[in-house]
Design a protein around this ligand. Structure first.
Ligand code: PLP
Length: 417
């Protein structure tokens, strides 16, 4: 499983990660992570890094963050036993319900945390970038909550594709800026957000949407999202009477997965990240970064990326917009390289099938992103009967109805069977 390090080096790095010593002061997770940004961006990142160190673990920040999670986000989210799915799979299946969080996914944990941080850092304006629009919506809501103006950069192509989310952002008070440069999608939007940030690093706060990018973002987002795994761990002990044998989470940039996995790293629990296998293993057919990618620098961080032999970043495909990304957070690269977490993929079709099964058996319409984790967990259950399985149910699928209506609901015929 571990190909990158000798066994003793893998163990040393993993032990350091479990002890909470990752990232190091350079923002590195072993060889991964760090800060590879142009000179012009360095002061902005250094300012943010100092602010994170000063505030993130400060008692008053944590009090405010926890209060907002409880009163506004709706935490703790439920841990749900899935009896019918368990019976069909021959397993004991538990779901950590991030779909029940405000705005419908885990993204809000990160958005409200960073919005509170922005305020403490004295920012007058928050900027964010979004691809599918989910992070834009979470950011717009969080900014309204803390009373800071919000500008969301979004590729012109994505604005066309995600009109309902653009409307949601507008109603939540955000300004949405169409980015016409580059590929007119997420990557161009990120470049535009960074360009704006350098013009006024003291007045502007850049609210990143996943555990990606240059240091300190992967660390900051992990810390904010770890509430998922902290709650799930305690809820498993309280409700199931034991920790799970295995935990599954879908992986786009990797924020919900690191949030679930990080508090479980030191436990005897198998951890499995599930990427988008798209329509197949070919170039451009998927977004299975860790499963098929190679090391390289993307958006300021050394991690695993999908690139061709010349280092050109590849286009990706996934039925789920939230997994459709050619990079992945650096901590996942480390967890893969040390062998602690296994990263596999599920295809578009497998994800659709899993989504239908969950709807019909448990009455939960999960997100297409999340469905990938279900597909992988089901395969695992077939090979390993009787296991206690925890699934990070990262978000709800209402947003996916325009996609889902293109596919006939196969389970309608045998629902209730
Ligand atoms: C955005 C999103 C994801 C992917 O993002 P990560 O940073 O990898 O968690 C997964 N699930 C849902 C529901 C999302 O909205």
């Amino acid at each position: 499983m571990s190909t990158m390090f000798a066994a003793d080096e893998a163990k040393r790095l993993l032990d350091a990660a479990i002890r909470g010593e990752m990232p190091d002061e350079l923002g590195r997770f072993g060889p991964f992570g760090g800060r590879y940004v142009p000179e012009t961006l360095v002061p902005a990142f250094e300012r943010l890094d100092a602010g994170v160190q000063e505030h993130l673990h400060d008692v008053t920040f944590q009090q405010e963050f926890r209060r907002e999670l409880r009163e506004w986000v709706g935490r703790p989210t439920a841990l749900t036993f899935a009896p019918r799915l368990s019976e069909i799979w021959g397993a004991e299946v538990w779901l950590k319900r991030e779909d029940l969080a405000h705005t419908g996914a885990h993204k809000i944990n990160n958005a409200i945390g960073q919005a509170i941080l922005a305020k403490r850092l004295g920012a007058k304006h928050i900027i964010a970038e979004t691809g599918a629009g989910q992070h834009g919506v979470a950011s717009a809501a969080a900014c309204a909550r803390v009373g800071l103006p919000c500008t969301v950069y979004m590729g012109a192509v994505d604005i066309e594709r995600q009109a309902p989310n653009v409307d949601r952002m507008h109603r939540l008070g955000a300004e949405v800026v169409a980015v016409e440069s580059g590929d007119k999608t997420l990557r161009a939007a990120i470049d535009e957000a960074l360009r704006t940030w350098v013009t006024d690093p003291a007045g502007i706060y850049y609210l990143i949407g996943s555990a990606v990018g240059a240091h300190p973002y992967p660390y900051l987002v992990r810390e904010l999202q770890s509430v998922i795994g902290q709650e799930a761990r305690q809820q498993m002990l309280d409700q199931a009477g034991a920790l799970p044998d295995v935990a599954f989470a879908c992986v786009g940039g990797g924020s919900n997965a690191i949030g679930l996995f990080y508090p479980l790293l030191g436990d005897d629990i198998e951890l499995v990240g599930v990427e988008a296998g798209g329509t197949g293993p070919g170039l451009g057919q998927n977004a299975a970064t860790l499963a098929t990618g190679t090391p390289g620098v993307l958006q300021g961080s050394y991690s695993i990326i999908l690139q061709d032999d010349d280092g050109q970043v590849q286009e990706t495909h996934s039925i789920s917009a939230g997994l459709d990304y050619s990079g992945v957070g650096p901590e996942h690269a480390l967890l893969q390289a040390t062998g602690r977490v296994e990263y596999i993929s599920a295809t578009d079709d497998e994800a659709l099938e899993a989504l239908e099964e969950l709807c019909a058996t448990e009455g939960i319409l999960t997100a297409l992103e999340t469905s990938h984790a279900y597909a992988a967990a089901k395969n695992y259950a077939k090979r390993n009967p009787g296991k206690r399985i925890l699934i990070g149910n990262s978000g709800r699928g209402d947003k996916d109805m325009p996609t889902l209506t293109k596919y006939p609901a196969r389970t309608r015929k045998h629902a209730g069977a």
